[in-house]
Design a protein around this ligand. Structure first.
Ligand code: F6R
Length: 250
């Protein structure tokens, strides 16, 4: 694992956007794995700026999102489909046919999940996977459990995740209790992985993720066995790692 400590959220976002831009410049037809949530918002903002000011093109690229809420239509304001359009896709030149987000309304959910994995494979796998991490250690919606799933699947969200995500809804009751998520197989098959985290509430989970131990109770800890992971944190997390000796494992 490579660990980069950025000054703050803006600096973290800029560093992440630069890595994604380099990927696109060296391979315009890159397959990007994308995340939602608060963490990548600044990165997407930077990418939109690079598209406008530096002519960074997404015209040959494909995108696969990690996850989508079960039962929300793509038009729903809190769907990840809506989020991606609002924050990235409608501002850049990616072709609509190259955008892939699991369909949370699919009637045949096992078929939807199988197709999603098949499509990723058909495109040659993910070149660069962008990840945030839940305070409980989830990546995508792969929640802590006795066992972890390899393929794209339907998952029941934990109370922690529902509580954390209720900030985007009027109340916790409105948060869907299930989601479709890429499994750890698709994530781990990505050629390169970029994990972002900022703020003191993510410090402990980052320290545990890079601790040198893997557990299904902390899904992101599996990233330690991937050969191409870069973790970018802000100085708040960087200082916590320094104080707690967490640097020694990276
Ligand atoms: C989002 C996703 C989640 C988030 C995680 C952190 O597509 O897959 O794993 O990355 O819940 O969310 P934020 O960034 O809102 O703290």
């Amino acid at each position: 694992m490579e660990l980069l400590v950025a000054r703050d959220y803006e600096d973290m976002s800029r560093k992440a956007a630069e890595i994604i831009a380099d990927q696109l410049r060296s391979k315009p037809e890159s397959v990007l794995g994308l995340a939602t949530g608060s963490t990548p918002l600044g990165t997407y903002e930077q990418l939109v700026k690079m598209y406008r000011d530096e002519k960074l093109s997404f015209s040959e690229a494909s995108a696969f999102n990690l996850d989508e809420y079960y039962g929300l239509s793509p038009e729903h304001e809190q769907s990840y489909s809506h989020y991606m359009k609002a924050n990235l896709f409608r501002h850049i030149d990616i072709k609509p046919e190259n955008i892939h987000i699991p369909n949370g309304m699919a009637e045949d959910m096992p078929g939807e999940c199988e197709n999603y994995d098949r499509l990723i494979e058909k495109k040659g796998g993910i070149d660069l996977q962008l990840l945030g991490v839940g305070a409980n250690g989830h990546i995508g919606f792969n929640e802590p459990d006795k066992e972890l799933q390899v393929n794209t699947h339907l998952v029941r969200l934990t109370e922690d995740t529902i509580r954390a995500n209720s900030r985007f809804f009027n109340s916790a009751d409105e948060v869907p209790v299930m989601a479709v998520t890429m499994g750890l197989g698709s994530i781990m098959k990505a050629k390169r992985i970029l994990l972002l985290a900022s703020g003191s509430n993510k410090a402990e989970v980052i320290a545990r993720i890079i601790s040198g131990k893997c557990s299904t109770r902390l899904p992101a800890s599996i990233l330690q066995v991937h050969p191409g992971v870069t973790v970018i944190v802000d100085s708040e997390i960087g200082n916590y790692l320094k104080e707690t000796g967490g640097f020694k494992n990276v």
